[in-house]
Ligand binder design. Structure first.
Ligand code: ZN
Length: 176
């Protein structure tokens, strides 16, 4: 009888262990963190020696629609253009380079209407226009280090006038 009871108890214990509900992970990263990390990762593809920027466009279902980093237009060899920041305009990188945000739009494999754009740097005024004209509804940015520069002041003004939602990324703000 004793042996029989021990055997039953062991069986029940085993069953209880087996029936314990498996819980889903609670410490997974938020979509914000996921896309911002992706934006920083793609920025590492940039050939620009001074600024590496990245952008990710995601739709309402959190599906990535476009990815971009700052670089030369397609087919233009890195060696054939200047990378200077100072000097005559045509001798600097500025008139040649495509910014991460505009590249993410150019590279989009679907509609960018009502999408969110994640960027490592606040977009400049030219990218702001691209963002607005392509129907993007929200911009989540990481660094705002050029906030005092007139290009970025104008950009902020333009995006606000166009009623684009602006939000600085915060890793603590864990969304779903
Ligand atoms: Zn730009």
């Amino acid at each position: 009888m004793f042996r029989y009871n021990v055997c039953i108890n062991l069986k029940l214990k085993h069953m209880n262990k087996k029936m314990k509900k498996v819980e889903p992970r609670s410490n997974r990263i938020s979509w914000d963190e996921c896309f911002m990390r992706m934006a920083h990762l793609i920025a590492e593809r940039s050939p620009d020696p001074s600024t590496q920027a990245g952008a990710i466009i995601a739709n309402q279902n959190n599906v990535v629609v476009g990815v971009g980093y700052n670089g030369m237009p397609r087919g233009v060899a890195f060696e054939d253009v200047p990378w200077e920041r100072e000097g005559d305009f045509e001798d600097t990188k500025y008139p040649y380079i495509c910014h991460a945000e505009e590249n993410a739009v150019y590279n989009a494999n679907g509609s960018t209407k009502d999408c969110k754009l994640y960027c490592t740097l606040f977009p400049c005024n030219e990218c702001a226009k691209t963002i607005i004209q392509n129907g993007i509804k929200e911009v989540i940015y990481d660094s705002d280090k050029y906030a005092k520069d007139s290009k970025f002041k104008t950009s902020k003004k333009l995006l606000k006038l166009a009623k684009i939602k602006l939000r600085q990324y915060s890793p603590k703000e864990n969304g779903k």
